[in-house]
Design a protein around this ligand. Structure first.
Ligand SMILES: Nc1ncnc2c1ncn2[C@@H]1O[C@H](COP(=O)(O)OP(=O)(O)OP(=O)(O)O)[C@@H](O)[C@H]1O
Length: 224
């Protein structure tokens, strides 16, 4: 079953009088439970594609269906709810709230979904245990290494058990040991929980982790 279907997607950024055609009629399908890599040269449109399918931006034209919902028809408010309920995000700069502890950063999302303090605590500690950070609950982000911060970000993305995780070059700022640890963690979560993971990567050695690679070139997918 396709969890994401994209047809004839275009995204044009207007910069003053110049149009930048970031996506040029791209069509892809992603199946439920797949761990998919999005790869391609710098500037080919990978992040732009991820923003469209994860509802962080709207395309200039084209069709996107996520879990059977035509997401182009949703209002901004409905899109926000949809994201909270179904998606988890991991970015290359971790995007943790600097003033909040590990546990508080992870608790933000269950809190936003109206869980009680006790439930938030339990859910956060459980997932922080999975990513190996149960001993770091009270640390602030600046008191953690880069690899640990990214594992907090993954815990935050996973805590609501989202259907789909979107990751934009999550290992870009990590050394090879920490990168491998993050990729192993994604693979484990994908296999144990069956979550769909869509990850942008520049690194050829990441290919072995993916069930499939979608190659992007000049704003289009390359059939392989
Ligand atoms: N907000 C924006 N405004 C204008 N142009 C943009 C914007 N975001 C991206 N672009 C342009 O759109 C094109 C695709 O960018 P995108 O970030 O999607 O590529 P990418 O494949 O993710 O690149 P990289 O691997 O370097 O991160 C590029 O030419 C980029 O300069």
């Amino acid at each position: 079953m396709n969890v994401i279907s994209v047809r004839d997607l275009f995204r044009v950024y207007r910069l003053g009088t110049v149009d930048v055609h970031a996506l040029n009629g791209l069509s892809i399908d992603i199946e439920k439970g797949e761990f998919v890599g999005i790869m391609g040269p710098s500037g080919s449109g990978k992040s732009t594609l991820l923003y469209q399918i994860s509802l962080l931006d709207r395309p200039s034209s084209g069709f996107i269906s996520v879990q059977g919902t035509d997401v182009g028809r949703l209002s901004d408010r409905q899109r926000t709810k949809f994201r909270l309920k179904h998606f988890g995000y991991v970015f290359q700069d971790y995007a943790l709230v600097p003033e909040l502890t590990t546990e508080e950063n992870v608790s933000l999302l269950p809190m936003a979904l109206g869980k009680s303090d006790e439930e938030c605590h339990e859910m956060s500690v459980d997932i922080l245990d999975v990513v190996g950070l149960k001993e770091r609950l009270s640390h602030l982000p600046r008191e953690l290494s880069g690899g640990e911060q990214q594992r907090v970000a993954i815990a935050r993305a996973m805590v609501n058990q989202p259907d789909i995780i979107f990751a934009d070059e999550p290992c870009a700022n990590l050394d090879s040991v920490n990168s491998k640890r993050i990729l192993d963690l994604f693979k484990q979560l994908n296999q144990e929980n069956g979550q769909t993971i869509v990850m942008i990567s520049h690194e050829d050695e990441d290919i072995e982790y993916f069930d499939r690679v979608i190659q992007i070139f000049d704003g289009k997918n390359v059939e392989n």
